[in-house]
Design a protein around this ligand. Structure first.
Ligand code: K1U
Ligand code: ZN
Length: 169
């Protein structure tokens, strides 16, 4: 397994739209393993392939306390969203150190292909529902800061660019 560098906002590659995974083969198995290792090492609860510069519809998630219940969602689709919404505090491994409230559907039903190529139904609420919606946004090229006001977003962009400049010195 290997760690993969995570793209940092405002990298324009974070805004590419991911294409469907054509075949769940050994290349996808290795990508899944590397993404899980990268997510656990970064203490994240999710990671989308877009964040590691692979523009295919694949996400990994683990919202368990013990960090031992990995979920692999290949070509995920949300088939139902509740009308009830909740404001949740979100973070993002591509925007480290920034947390803010985003309104999302309280519960969702999704379908996705798992690591063994089986199509599965997923009923999600709470943190899992939030995380699936956040990661599926990444696959559409959307980062959570795009839900914030232009003022907040510009402040975050400036802060991230300053950090990147300092780190490259
Ligand atoms: O997509 C990502 O960059 C991963 C992101 C997932 C996420 C966290 C919180 C709400 C929605 C989606 C993270 O894992 S951020 C870091 C983190 O572990 C975390 C942050 C806030 C609350 C819970 C966890
Ligand atoms: Zn994110």
């Amino acid at each position: 397994m290997a760690l993969i560098p995570i793209l940092l906002y405002p990298d324009p590659r974070l805004h590419k739209v991911a294409k469907p995974v054509q075949t769940v083969d050994s290349r996808i198995h290795k990508l899944v393993d590397d993404m899980l290792e990268t997510m656990y090492e970064a203490n994240g609860i999710g990671l989308a392939a877009s964040q590691v510069d692979v523009h295919e519809r694949l996400i990994v998630i683990d919202v368990s306390q013990e960090r031992d219940q990995p979920l692999v969602l290949i070509n995920p689709e949300i088939v139902w969203s509740s009308e009830d919404k909740l404001l949740n505090e979100e973070g993002c491994l591509s925007v480290p150190g920034i947390y803010d409230g985003v309104e999302r559907a309280k519960s969702i039903k999704a379908t996705a292909t798992d690591r063994s190529g089986e199509r599965r139904n997923i009923d999600a609420e709470g943190l899992l529902a939030v995380c699936i919606q956040h990661e599926m946004d990444h696959l559409l090229g959307k980062v959570f800061v795009q839900y914030l006001s232009p003022l907040k977003r510009n402040r975050i962009k400036t802060k991230m660019l300053k950090l990147a400049r300092e780190e490259s010195r």
